[in-house]
Design a protein around this ligand. Structure first.
Ligand code: PLP
Length: 385
């Protein structure tokens, strides 16, 4: 009866407008209606990526988009650098290793970002790097890597292309693919893009297309060249996720109605600051410093003396509030508060209030209302700007 309050870093709640768009009658992916839908929608996604490049739509989860970015650009035996600051950076490492690439791994502590200087120092002694991979928004730790600076390091210290996983950021954070010099940027549907899982979105610039053309990948389903050829006709090589593309068009409506992606990103910034202020007021530690904190997900350390699994179970059972646990080495040590996509400051106030109710149930020592008040202060200050 009670709706689940889904505060995960993906999948995320779906707006009614998007649900209704996805419930439209099915159309053929070789019809004029589809060509119109595809052309108009991909055009409207471009500002969300900060690009003028063609937008490609793959009927797949985010991992397939990462794999497409790897297998189309590099071949076994070639050298790549992977910047990894968490579980999803490690996805790139695994995909590259599985494809027989020589992987130079720039690994940071989970909870830290990679800086331009660190990447520059790492690249300097390497001479043969074909591609550099990095995660923009590391979902396992709540870190937003400064990819605009990492792109500079790549350009200054190599001839490599720079490939970025934007899966849990794009749609909720600023992205200027062309201006920053990102050569391939990919994202998935089920996070800040406000859609169900199953669609991935890829943009490739001229420099990367040249690399892809010369690479002669054996990929078939994930062959980006065939996506590019079909995109020219306003279609995809195989049957696309038609309903999700209808939903994507409604997502573009919503972002445009909010005033464009910069306004949407501002809302995410406010929500990040609300969550961080609330946790500080409750004396609950955050995993990351403010400097590189993600606007879409906050990793929160287990409140002192609490059994985290019990607390999360309790929040879900009694208050229908659903947070995500930690991944990999952070399992049991943190939980993750997703605040992306169809999520608003009022949702943060609700979640913090229920979190506090749960803390009281566990006899956690804190000043009741302090978290909500701190979050509210941030919200009201943002309205006065
Ligand atoms: N990259 C990041 C940053 C993610 O957060 C995720 C999923 O959480 C993925 C890649 C993988 O996407 P998917 O689970 O849709 O395959």
């Amino acid at each position: 009866m009670y709706p689940n309050i889904l505060r995960h870093p993906g999948p995320t709640p779906i707006p009614k407008k998007v649900e209704l768009a996805m419930a439209e009658n099915m159309i053929s992916h070789r019809s004029e209606e589809f060509v119109k839908l595809y052309r108009e929608t991909t055009e409207r996604v471009k500002p969300i990526f900060g690009t003028k490049q063609e937008i490609l739509l793959l009927p797949s989860g985010g991992t397939a988009a990462l794999e497409a970015a790897v297998v189309n650009t590099v071949s076994p035996g070639e050298e790549v650098v992977v910047v990894t600051v968490g579980a999803f950076g490690d996805y790139f490492v695994s995909i590259c290793e599985k494809n027989g690439l020589v992987v130079h791994k720039l690994e940071k502590e989970w909870g830290e970002a990679c800086t331009k200087e660190e990447l520059a120092d790492f690249l300097k002694p390497l001479s043969n790097i074909k591609a550099v991979f990095a995660t923009y928004n590391e979902t396992s730790t709540g870190i937003l890597n400064p990819v605009w600076e990492l792109a500079e390091a790549v350009k200054e210290h190599s001839d490599a292309i720079f490939i970025v996983d934007g899966v849990s950021g794009i749609g909720g954070v600023p992205a200027e693919m062309d201006e920053w010099g990102i050569d391939i940027l990919v994202t998935g549907s089920q996070k800040a893009m406000m859609l169900p899982p199953g669609l991935s979105i890829v943009a490739v610039n001229e420099k990367a297309w040249k690399v892809i053309e010369a690479n002669r990948s054996t990929a078939y389903y994930l062959d980006l060249l065939s996506y590019r050829d079909w995109a020219e006709k306003g279609m995809t090589p195989n049957t696309p996720a038609v309903s999700l593309i209808m939903g994507l068009s409604a997502v573009c409506d919503l972002i445009e109605e909010e005033g464009g992606i910069s306004k949407t990103a501002e809302r995410h910034e406010v929500m990040k600051n609300m969550v961080r202020a609330a946790m500080n007021a409750l004396n609950i530690e955050l995993l990351t410093d403010d400097e590189y904190a993600s606007p879409t997900i906050t990793a929160i350390r287990t409140p002192k003396s609490l059994d985290l699994a019990e607390y999360l179970r309790h929040l879900k059972k009694k208050y229908h509030l659903d947070f995500a646990g930690g991944l990999g080495r952070l399992q049991g040590k943190i939980f993750r508060f997703g605040h992306m996509g169809y999520c608003f400051p009022s949702d943060i106030l609700q979640a913090v209030s229920l979190m506090e109710a749960g803390l009281q149930d566990f006899a956690y020592s804190f000043e009741p209302g302090a978290g909500v008040r701190a979050a509210q202060d941030v919200y009201l200050a943002s309205l006065r700007k």
